[in-house]
Design a protein around this ligand. Structure first.
Ligand SMILES: C[S@@+](CC[C@H](N)C(=O)[O-])C[C@H]1O[C@@H](n2cnc3c(N)ncnc32)[C@H](O)[C@@H]1O
Length: 270
């Protein structure tokens, strides 16, 4: 557009334009635009895939398993429905998809996991080989910002510790909304900076000092484990994420804080 009167937006177009303008996504150090940031995020997660599960469980002291289970239990009724389709977005090595599949059982929902880092998807497929074929999630390599699914494909879209890594949160929310059926639910599990002076100080010490040290040592990739605390610090605060879900068109948006605010669950309905 060149010159002329400023474009006025109304209704949903206005809120979409506003959301896009105020919601940049993650930016690993040294990246200047979305394409470079996405390339670096994909490459970095691909590199750490072999040690990802070990470090996840170690660095979260095993709590990550309980957090994902809690999400699966929350959607128990939906997962029991045989016709329901569920997407684990940014599935990594597939742990959320696998607990969703466990909760769904053989007669329940069909689960798909999607991630753009091929080594993560390969590991997820390897892990799902251990469970009965009828209950296995399907894992695909796909970008969360350009999903290869028709609009209105899923009844539930859940993302565990993945949404924060998108290079454009507004575009991510739009894509999540697009692939959900009307009435379908989104669930975003993420880290956040906890509230409360003591907890917050402990968090800073652990996340910014201990975690990059141990993560870097075991994975041999100090950069990747330095990115984790930086990406959490950069992520919008939980109220802002809830507000942005509302302006992206989700209704009944709710925010839960777990572990003193270290972990948040945002839910909302298309
Ligand atoms: C911290 S891991 C979380 C993995 C898994 N959900 C879990 O609970 O452990 C973040 C994942 O998001 C993926 N990711 C980041 N941006 C993505 C994008 N645009 N499209 C698809 N996957 C993406 C990364 O490849 C990585 O596997």
């Amino acid at each position: 557009m060149t010159g002329g009167a400023p474009t006025r937006f109304s209704g949903r177009a206005a809120s979409t334009a506003r959301t896009r303008a105020t919601l940049p996504g993650t930016r690993p150090a040294g990246t200047v635009d979305e394409a470079a940031a996405a390339g670096q995020v994909r490459e970095m997660f691909g590199r750490i895939a072999p040690r990802y599960d070990l470090l996840n469980h170690l660095l979260s002291l095993g709590f990550d398993v309980a957090w994902r289970r809690r999400v699966a239990r929350r959607f128990r009724n939906l997962l029991a429905r045989p016709e329901a389709r569920v997407l684990d977005l940014c599935c990594g090595t597939g742990d959320l998809a696998l607990v969703l599949a466990q909760e769904a059982g053989a007669a329940g929902a069909k689960i798909v996991g999607a991630d753009f880092a091929r080594p993560m998807v390969e590991r997820a497929r390897g892990k799902s080989g251990k469970i009965a074929p009828g209950r296995r999630p399907v894992f695909i390599e796909a970008d969360a910002l350009a999903l290869p699914f028709a609009s209105e494909s899923f009844d539930l879209l859940a993302a565990a510790f993945g949404f924060r890594n998108l290079v454009n949160y507004a575009a991510g929310l739009e894509e999540i909304r697009r692939v959900l059926r009307p009435g379908g639910e989104a669930a975003i599990l993420e880290f956040a900076e906890p509230r409360g002076a003591l907890w917050s100080r402990l968090f800073h010490f652990y996340f910014h000092r201990v975690l990059p040290g141990i993560g870097g040592l075991i994975s041999g990739d100090a950069q990747a484990y330095g990115y984790l605390p930086a990406s959490v610090s950069r992520y919008p605060d939980p109220e802002a994420v809830a507000e942005r879900m509302r302006s992206a068109g989700f209704s009944g948006v709710q925010l839960e804080r777990w572990m003193g605010g270290l972990v948040t669950l945002h839910t909302g309905r298309r």
